[in-house]
Write a protein that binds this ligand. Structure first.
Ligand SMILES: NC(=O)c1ccc[n+]([C@@H]2O[C@H](COP(=O)([O-])OP(=O)(O)OC[C@H]3O[C@@H](n4cnc5c(N)ncnc54)[C@H](OP(=O)(O)O)[C@@H]3O)[C@@H](O)[C@H]2O)c1
Length: 263
């Protein structure tokens, strides 16, 4: 049973120049959504716009750093000017870093929290007044991580940022339920995107990828399915579900395995 029609919806996606965000733009556009794509790399967004328009879709580019208030204001005002409103906000932009917390800088922690958490919450704040006016079952989609359910070593700042997104999403879902805005928390496992090429720092000397990665196409397809069904939360891989299950039902074993992984 479908709770939400994608066709003709106006969807804002942060971090749409590569990976999961780009695939969400392509697949949502193929289903008839009008897309607003934000990221810092203008050339990548132009390529995406051309690809989408060649397939008969509509995409508006907003280049800018989503950690800046001005960018977030422009995303909202230019979307409303172009398409008349916002139906769905996808907070997808994210960055990571790898390495022990004790050897890292305050700057690394603050940068990750700025992109993964503060930009997401403040983007949400400026979008809510427009989502409230939507007649198409409005929704906020927060792309988090399975590491927002169970933390692992060498990614302490990233895990903390995604736990923050998890808590924020649960609280917001309850607050906005009376106003009929849905909140979906998406928790992918390792995904074969450019994410690991653009980590702020990799001081681990270890391969950070755990398990067989999913493709951004698969993550986007599962996310859109959950959006249509009005789900609250999805954990995308069997490995991710097992990790969360292990952490809930046998924390000592989960902690033991994490200690081994840190060595
Ligand atoms: N890849 C994984 O294994 C994995 C697993 C679980 C969760 N996730 C989450 O999935 C989301 C998407 O990541 P991905 O795997 O698709 O990685 P990706 O290919 O590196 O995409 C990240 C996107 O975020 C954008 N971005 C980064 N900083 C930004 C900023 N300050 N302002 C605006 N845009 C910014 C990047 O664009 P520009 O560089 O052009 O700005 C890019 O479009 C992230 O939230 C990530 O934490 C990823």
């Amino acid at each position: 049973m479908s709770r939400r029609q994608i066709k003709d919806s106006v969807v804002v996606i942060t971090g749409a120049s590569s990976g999961i965000g780009k695939q969400l733009a392509i697949q949502l556009s193929a289903q008839g959504a009008r897309i607003v794509a934000n990221a810092r790399r203008a050339d990548r967004l132009e390529e995406l716009k051309n690809a989408i328009e060649n397939n008969g879709g509509q995409l508006k580019i907003i280049v800018g750093d989503v950690t800046e208030s001005d960018t977030r204001q422009r995303i909202v005002s230019e979307t409303v000017n172009e398409f008349g409103g916002i139906d769905i906000l996808v907070n997808n932009a994210g960055v990571g870093a790898i390495g022990n917390f004790s050897e890292a800088s305050e700057e690394r922690l603050r940068k990750i929290m700025e992109v993964n958490f503060f930009a997401l919450t403040e983007m949400t704040r400026v979008a809510i007044p427009h989502l409230l006016k939507s007649s198409k079952q409005p929704m906020i989609v927060n792309i988090s991580s399975v590491l927002g359910h169970r933390a692992v070593p060498l990614k302490s700042e990233y895990c903390a940022s995604k736990f923050a997104v998890h808590g924020f999403s649960d609280s917001l879902r309850a607050e906005l339920s009376k106003q009929n805005i849905d909140v979906l928390l998406v928790s992918p496992s390792t995904t074969a995107s450019e994410f690991f090429d653009s980590v702020l720092e990799d001081a681990s000397g270890k391969n950070p990828k755990l398990g067989t990665p999913m493709s951004p196409e698969q993550v986007a397809a599962k996310t859109i399915k959950a959006m249509k069904r009005g789900k609250h939360e999805i954990i995308l891989s069997a490995g991710g579900k097992s990790l969360v299950w292990l952490d809930r039902f046998c924390p000592p074993l989960a902690n033991y395995l994490m200690k081994k992984h840190a060595q």
